[in-house]
Design a protein around this ligand. Structure first.
Ligand code: ATP
Ligand code: MG
Length: 283
């Protein structure tokens, strides 16, 4: 069957194709989204970096949690390097987020409510403050064009059932903990990370999508980190800050990204890959 006939749908960054009953081809494009809007300008090689970095992390995490990858080489030549063949999962409709530091939407929620997901936090925290211990801060998975919202653990229980809620929350914190520890050994802080989990045809819960990439996580250099921020970031925060600086209102359409901003963003994605894996990109 030609691949065009197998097309399922596109997310903001990835295109999904069905390849067999319970298999997918997950193809990472060079698209970049900010505040849930896809920017009109691609970042060259971003799809390849995200794919390579996720594969590296899935390996580092394999003893903690099963993952969806079947093969990164058995993919059509046109997608080589930025596609994986994976198990098709029934995704749990929650964004599984862990934070060790306070910034971004978590900071905004804390400033508004003094809590995140109903969890009270101490007073006086600033942008970039380290939390006493990492916290689980799930959000809903909003339909296209809408923003994800923080939800309480009770709402997660209602959505996926109490057993999966507790199990996947623990997995989320375990993955964050392992990721933060490995990154720390390489001089990097993982401020927060978003995971996606789903159930395979045989019922196994698995880590899906991408993991601990600069699209799904915030990475800061440990030696220059300071609460009160802003902190230098290896992730797409650089583009978010640039986009907001243009006066953009976070609604469609997003502004065209100038060449120099594309280049800096691309270099930061390469840089975080190299620091984490110890291998230059492309290998
Ligand atoms: N193994 C899998 N089986 C089924 N769906 C998956 C699997 N891995 C990832 N996905 C889904 O594929 C999509 C990946 O595309 P992408 O990362 O571009 O999405 P997104 O824009 O972040 O989110 P959305 O699709 O919700 O808009 C996500 O919807 C994700 O939940
Ligand atoms: Mg995604």
């Amino acid at each position: 069957m030609p691949l065009a006939d197998a097309f399922v749908r596109s997310g903001k960054v990835r295109d999904l194709y069905r390849v067999g009953d319970d298999r997918l081809l997950l193809v990472a494009s060079d698209r970049l989204s900010a505040f849930d809007v896809v920017l009109p300008t691609p970042i060259p090689d971003k799809g390849r970096v995200l794919t390579a970095l996720s594969l590296w992390w899935f390996d580092q995490l394999a003893d903690l949690v099963p993952h969806h990858v079947i093969s990164a080489t058995d993919v059509p030549a046109e997608f080589a390097g930025r596609a994986i063949r994976c198990r098709r999962l029934q995704m749990l409709p929650v964004e599984w987020i862990a934070r060790g530091y306070l910034t971004g939407s978590g900071l905004a929620e804390y400033r508004r409510e003094g809590t995140i997901c109903g969890l009270p936090l101490p007073a006086g925290l600033q942008d970039g403050s380290r939390l006493e211990e990492p916290i689980f801060t799930p959000t809903s998975k909003a339909p296209l064009g809408e923003h994800d919202e923080f939800i309480t653990f009770a709402e997660v229980e209602k959505t996926v059932g109490p057993d999966d809620a507790a199990h996947v929350r623990d997995l989320t914190l375990a993955v964050y903990g392992r990721g933060a520890q490995i990154a720390a050994e390489r001089g990097l802080i993982v401020a927060d990370t978003k995971l996606e989990f789903g159930r395979a045809a045989d019922g196994t819960l698995m880590l899906g999508d991408e993991v601990l990439t600069p699209d799904s996580s915030r990475f800061w250099p440990a030696d220059s980190w300071q609460p009160g921020g802003p902190n230098y970031s290896f992730d797409k925060q650089f583009v978010r800050d640039w986009a907001l600086g243009t006066g953009w209102d976070k609604q469609e359409p997003a502004p065209e990204v100038p060449e120099e901003v594309v280049e800096v963003t691309r270099a930061r994605y390469f840089d975080v890959y190299e620091r984490l894996t110890g291998t230059p990109f492309p290998a």
